[in-house]
Design a protein around this ligand. Structure first.
Ligand code: MN
Length: 243
């Protein structure tokens, strides 16, 4: 087996979508064990109210499935998305995963590769960026985590509804990444490859930035089609859900 690394994002796992959850568990048992590492680039969960939400059966089974994978020698890395920004070290430890910051640069078999969730690239959505700056503030996060669990669940549901409502009235272009933002991060963090999720528009884009040929992989979400990005020393390729 060629040494390789897998990337997924935007699974949006929730008890309301058992089929997607099962696809994820199948992926963890059948596909991921052959990889050297698995990167989850945000929004693993539809929403996350805190690591103390231990009563939730889905959360526990995801943690133990990931833990089993790491026991088989696969490294698991987890980046926050906009839905699960409250996920913390406690859950990461239960899952055997390492939390990584957004953005993170890795050396992927000799190719400099920038990893992001992708929401910070959607700079045309000014309202969203304002809201993001608020809830990713460490003080705001700490305050949120002080609230009783039931209140946090209530707020998360409300946020989801608001997000659906605002997306419904918004031009598709505003919700996509801005070309200038993509060029900016490649310039800042180094060429030639960027992998991100969030927009749910899976594709391989090519960009020329300062004369450098760059590629940008956008990961698929799992509640429509699913799938993962496979990268080895030679190239990256997009794969659908097996099974
Ligand atoms: Mn997202």
């Amino acid at each position: 087996m060629t040494p390789h690394t897998l990337f997924i994002s935007d699974l949006h796992l929730t008890a309301e979508r058992p089929h997607t959850n099962q696809q994820f568990f199948d992926f963890l048992s059948n596909v991921a064990p052959a990889a050297g590492a698995l990167y989850i680039l945000g929004d693993l969960f539809e929403y996350w109210v805190g690591d103390d939400d231990t009563e939730d059966a889905l959360n526990s089974s995801v943690a133990s499935a990931l833990k089993q994978l790491t026991a088989r020698g696969v490294k698991v890395y987890f980046m926050h998305g906009n839905r699960d920004f409250l996920l913390g070290q406690e859950f990461a430890a239960r899952a055997g995963a390492s939390l990584i910051s957004d953005p993170t640069v890795i050396d992927l078999y000799g190719t400099r590769t920038l990893l992001m969730h992708g929401d910070t690239l959607c700079t045309d959505d000014v309202e969203y960026q304002k809201a993001r700056a608020h809830y990713t503030n460490p003080q705001v996060k700490a305050q949120l985590l002080q609230l009783p669990l039931a209140v946090r669940h209530q707020q998360a549901r409300k946020l989801r509804e608001q997000s659906e409502a605002s997306k419904a009235g918004m031009a598709m272009q505003i919700m996509d990444v801005a070309a200038a933002a993509v060029e900016g991060v490649l310039r800042q963090h180094g060429y030639p490859r960027l992998i991100h999720g969030h927009t749910h528009r899976p594709a391989r884009h090519v960009h020329t930035v300062d004369g450098h040929a760059c590629e940008r992989w956008v990961l698929n979400d799992w509640y429509t089609r699913g799938g993962h990005l496979y990268c080895d020393a030679a190239r990256c390729t997009a794969h659908g859900v097996s099974a």
